[in-house]
Write a protein that binds this ligand. Sequence first.
Ligand code: SAM
Length: 329
Amino acid sequence: MLADSYGRVATDLRVSLTDRCNLRCSYCMPPEGLDWLPNPALLSDDEVVRLVRIGVERLGITEVRYTGGEPLLRRGLAGIVASTAALRPRPEISLTTNGIGLARLAGPLRDAGLDRINVSLDTLQPGTFRALAKRDRLPDVLAGLAAAAEAGLVPVKVNAVLMRGVNDGEAAALLRYCLGHGYQLRFIEQMPLDAQHGWRREDMVTADEILAALGEEFSLAPDDPDARGSAPAETFVVNGGPARVGVIGSVTRPFCGTCDRVRLTADGQIRNCLFAREESNLRDPMRAGAGDGELAQRWQQAVAAKLPGHGINDRGFLQPARPMSAIGG
Ligand code: SAM
């Protein structure tokens, strides 16, 4: 088991497959991009699968989510998914993507064993998309969403981050669009994880503000909080149901006490929290010949040291050195 000293057990593994991305969303990355990890530093497909196997077979991981950067940029993605699906006990396999290229890849990924998908969509306005992501790719994202539903990767979940003065007027429009297409929308409060360190609390659109904006057009009834478990999203029944909308209030409504997540970066570092300032290197011992038992033990030690909370609201909070794109969201 991957237990920490506060009684939490990590069962949900987020694996970043690359730190590269083909968008430049301003809450994540500067327009010019970043210095990408050099190829030799990245885990190979076999190394990724080996560590995931250790997590599943020895450490109680039951859910594996591939992310990035943009995971669809990873050439071996379908093979990694297929190898993950062959593990026993078979984990749930999901993907978080910006949707670019999904129109082509949704079917093959489903065939490889992908179970679920989250697609990021922050705006329905082409001009706002261009301003926010610095690329003109809204049609590709919408086509990717449709392809995911068509391929049966349901329920298709949509992640949206609202930014003040950019897309904060679109909460209701995004929900209308998702309801119309049968997608499950979840808003995520903007977190201090951008490479530029430009996050300001005053600029963050809070969960309260998002719910108030939605409440002007929709009736929202909170779901039973006991049914939430370790899910990061608080969910609300929309207009009497069955549709729901989620709000992930990472900053103003933290849920660290029920966190069951652990992260593996594309260069083989275990992070016990998005906001961790320390990482545990599994790549180098693995390349030096460490056996599965030793790697599992290092992984357990990394999780055991998890702090009780992310600390964003503490006075001495320091943003982690790695931005979101290099951690894996
Ligand atoms: N490229 C993929 C995508 O766009 O979904 C996967 C990686 S991305 C880092 C994963 C999620 O993190 C996206 O939904 C994105 O909106 C979210 N994200 C990135 N930076 C964020 C931030 N500073 N605060 C909150 N969410 C953020």
